[in-house]
Design a protein around this ligand. Sequence first.
Ligand SMILES: *Cc1c(COP(=O)(O)O)cnc(C)c1O
Length: 234
Amino acid sequence: MTNYRAIADQVAEACIKAGRSPADVQLMAVTKTMPVHVIQQAIADGATLLGENRVQELAEKRPQLSLPLGGGVPQGTVGVHLIGHLQTNKAAKAVQHADMIQSVDSLKIAQEISKACVKQGKEMPVLVEVNIGRDPAKHGFFAEQVHEALHEMSALPGLQVRGMMTIPPIFDKKSETAQIFLQMHQLFVDMRGKKMDNISMGILSMGMSDDFDVAVAHGSTLVRVGSAIFGSRI
Ligand SMILES: *Cc1c(COP(=O)(O)O)cnc(C)c1O
């Protein structure tokens, strides 16, 4: 047993409180460091979307979970997204094993993913990671760099930009987190309005164990929850 169902209920409640449809927000179970048998419990509890932050771990676990390899996730099956920083020399492996790469944090990595897609004859859905809090310890584009980055990415074969992802700085107060989510949502709406070739802005991935309710109140369409589902990782 995991807390997946309880958290799914809380996400749905947060949607209703915000006047949104629960169908508009996806719950990802972040399975990094969790052993395969625990992940299988989460799937039995209803999880259909998993998140791993390291390519190597994703590549090792995926066959053990008997999940069919990438290339789109058919209805009723389980998908795995890469959510951690990706090094250029691991782009090919990520393209091979992930259903989506949420952590595209530089043009360089976008280009490497594109090259790997062409080589492997694949299309890879990706999210652009935004360092909305301008945290020097975090990866991602600054808000003012996003438009130009999207423009460049729209020309890269195999790369399908589907939206944005962010990890906010850690604040003591929920009101501060809310402020940053508000800024992120504004950027998302602005970019959605630009209508660039080959770019769609359907997914806003923000919110984790401590703040998914705040994220849902501010327009998140995908929350990434680890410790609230599985307990702490140590
Ligand atoms: C670990 C991780 C999460 C989940 O964090 P929790 O606080 O355990 O919910 C979400 N997003 C990313 C990118 C992560 O690495």
